[in-house]
Design a protein around this ligand. Structure first.
Ligand SMILES: NC(=O)c1ccc[n+]([C@@H]2O[C@H](COP(=O)([O-])OP(=O)(O)OC[C@H]3O[C@@H](n4cnc5c(N)ncnc54)[C@H](OP(=O)(O)O)[C@@H]3O)[C@@H](O)[C@H]2O)c1
Length: 246
């Protein structure tokens, strides 16, 4: 039986185990999916050694960046983003080769194209964490101009206070890459003047639990189009599956 898994800490509410376990059942795949909740990234070495049937790993918070030093090869896109969320494990004649990928960029890019169709609105990326980097690279690949918005005073971004009427009206795509609105804190959302949102805006929330976040509800009230992070999550998981079994 083949083995797949996820490394991260904590993994209590991880989506991956449930997703892949259901996939194996419905598609009658002889495989298991294991959670490896590890307090230190170094433990990846023992996991690889002690699980000889392991073919692929998801990587989640807080190891998407740290894990890169343990890999033999990194896909150029993951290198550009600076984060790996999927590892392909190849074993040949006692040799092990670990290659890191970032499938968030694929999940976001594909789901965004479905959402905005042929339009190329300028974008605001809210938050500057790991996911925002994959989003920024996906936007660059689709030739969509964007500005990052952060609580921090950093040169590469503007602040929430800078989000004037003019900026909001010129940036019709707004992407929430912060955890605000995630269950159980569902009454939180990014600090925008939502009255400035119009029916021409697209609000994309990377958060998927709940399926309609407060950020989305506020957009819907203004007549804007909205999208949650569930499709991205499924697309990145399926892309990992493809990579692990190449
Ligand atoms: N749908 C999917 O497939 C998918 C994939 C990856 C991630 N996600 C979701 O995307 C969200 C971000 O993930 P991540 O890995 O990038 O997280 P992260 O590394 O923790 O970064 C989140 C960023 O959000 C901002 N932020 C954090 N707390 C905030 C607060 N209280 N108020 C305002 N801004 C805040 C921060 O940016 P500043 O310090 O610059 O303000 C932070 O860097 C999470 O909810 C995650 O579940 C979804």
């Amino acid at each position: 039986m083949k083995t797949y898994g996820i490394i991260g800490n904590p993994l209590g509410h991880s989506f991956s185990k449930q997703y892949f376990t259901e996939k194996f059942q419905t598609e009658k795949i002889d495989a298991q999916f294991l959670n490896f909740e590890i307090p230190k990234i170094e433990e990846i070495q023992d996991i690889i050694k002690n699980n000889p049937t392991l073919k692929g790993l998801c990587v989640t918070i807080p190891y998407k960046e740290e894990v890169m030093t343990y890999l033999d090869e990194i896909d150029p896109l993951a290198k550009e983003i600076g984060a790996v969320n999927s590892i392909q494990i190849r074993r040949k004649g006692g040799q092990i080769h670990l290659k890191g990928y970032n499938t968030d960029i694929y999940g976001f890019g594909e789901s965004l194209s479905d959402f905005i169709k042929e339009e190329k609105p300028k974008a605001l990326i809210l938050g500057t964490g790991g996911a925002s980097k994959a989003v920024a690279t996906a936007l660059k690949n689709q030739s969509i101009d964007f500005i990052s918005v952060s609580r921090k005073q950093i040169e590469s971004s503007i602040s929430y206070q800078d989000l004037s009427k003019d900026i909001i009206s010129k940036h019709k795509l707004i992407i929430n890459c912060t955890p605000l609105g995630t269950f159980p804190k569902t009454d939180t959302c990014p600090d925008l003047n939502y009255n400035l949102i119009s029916q021409d805006h697209f609000l994309y929330d990377l958060v998927y639990n709940p399926s309609t976040t407060l950020f989305m509800s506020k957009g819907i009230e203004q007549g804007s189009k909205t999208h949650n992070g569930l499709k991205m999550l499924h697309l990145q998981a399926e892309k990992s599956w493809e990579i692990w079994n190449e």
